[in-house]
Design a binder for this molecule. Structure first.
Ligand SMILES: [Ca+2]
Length: 384
């Protein structure tokens, strides 16, 4: 028996050596060290379900998804509305809630949503949205509501006056395995702000559920903002934790001409290089992405989630659900799913049933919507 096991392990290693690293990997450079903890949801075995099924249609730029414990699904629409897709009856035609001061401008509007990890014991829900700071400027903010019996009350602004622009507003918010809330912000169209540790633009922030800086956050000097977790980001829109508890992030690269979209492994306090380095470039004190799309390919990556060892992320201009298989903090395989089939894709999350839930973004002014757009599509990862 022991001999058989040894032979099997040997054969597996040989197979990995022969084939495991021979597949196409886009532009892989260095390998930062992973962190600890575990929280990735596991895919349940769902082979009987179809590869894709539409679960909601007729939405307007659905930006972010969050499941309630009873299996109902909340979705933000960029114009400022929150909708609910009921587990048994589907999309409720009534708007669940409208954030009246959310301002849809360019890439801004009502963006991220996150449920408190102890919901409903702690009945809080968080939103990230763009609003009018004054007559001429727009800003982004993080707001927490009490959410009970499908009613929103007691809005509390936790972070205010995050720089905003018609482009590069970040907007993804997710609780990590450490119980803290992570927030992506864009450079708001001013690249220099990404390197400015006083500014909240072009950052990943980490706060407590009360919106306070986490005491272990890396920056605490007088000329630094204690909310900052990492910096040097252009426009990050995806956050996901792997089974070791390490944080991965997707980020939009340059607009002109195109390309250099990034997947980064995030370490607190590190500088991710925008606007100084791009693609595979390296510089002391700056982090090079784990993979990037190269100078001529645009993913325009947004929402991201881990399912087992695969990092799935949605592509807007790329119109693809991307899958990067991660092993030892390296990408060992890279696949493109449904390229061009559903148009622009904004968010992907893993449902409690083990399916991926993906939103289209064909009504955001940059797509070609059909009569059913925008949609939420359920995908069966065991058939992809
Ligand atoms: Ca970068």
């Amino acid at each position: 028996m022991k001999t058989l096991v040894t032979i099997l392990i040997g054969a597996t290693l040989i197979t990995l050596a022969l084939f495991g690293y021979a597949k196409y990997v886009p532009h892989p450079p260095t390998s930062p060290s992973p962190k600890k903890q575990a929280s990735t949801q596991k895919i349940t075995n769902t082979p009987e379900a179809p590869v894709v099924s539409t679960i909601a249609t007729g939405l307007h730029v659905p930006w972010a998804l969050a499941f309630l414990p009873d299996g109902d699904l909340l979705v933000t629409e960029r114009g400022g509305t929150v909708r609910i897709i009921r587990k048994d009856t589907g999309l409720d035609p009534n708007i669940l809630y409208t954030i009246n001061d959310a301002k849809e401008i360019g890439e801004g509007g009502l963006l991220g949503i996150a449920l408190h990890p102890d919901y409903p014991k702690k009945p809080y829900i968080y939103f990230y949205y763009t609003y009018s700071g004054n007559i001429v400027t727009v800003k982004n903010r993080l707001v927490r509501f009490t959410f009970k019996n499908e009613r929103f009350s007691d809005p509390s602004v936790l972070i205010d006056s995050i720089p905003a622009g018609s482009n590069h507003d970040g907007g993804r918010i997710k609780f990590g395995p450490d119980g803290y809330l992570y927030i992506t912000t864009g450079d708001s169209g001013d690249p220099s702000l990404a390197q400015n540790k006083m500014s909240l633009a072009g950052k990943i922030l980490r706060v407590t559920d009360e919106g306070e800086p986490v005491s272990e956050n890396p920056f605490a000097l007088g000329n630094e903002n204690p909310l900052i977790y990492s910096y040097g980001h252009r426009n990050p829109q995806g956050l996901a934790w792997d089974s070791n508890g390490a944080l991965w992030e997707t980020e939009h690269g340059r607009s002109s001409p195109t390309g250099y979209d990034e997947v980064n492994l995030i370490t607190p306090g590190k500088n991710y290089g925008w606007p100084t380095i791009q693609g595979n470039e390296t510089k002391t004190g700056m982090e090079t992405p784990i993979i990037n799309s190269g100078p001529t390919t645009t993913w325009a990556p947004s929402g991201a989630v881990f399912a087992d060892n695969s990092l799935f992320f949605a592509g807007l201009r790329g119109q693809t659900l991307y899958e990067a298989v991660i092993k030892d903090s390296k990408v060992t395989e890279f696949q493109e799913h449904f390229k061009g089939e559903f148009g622009r894709l904004r968010d992907v999350i893993l449902g409690p049933d083990g399916y991926l839930y993906v939103t289209t973004s064909n009504r955001d002014g940059r797509g070609v919507p059909n009569s059913e757009d925008d949609r939420i599509i359920r995908m069966n990862p065991s058939k992809m």
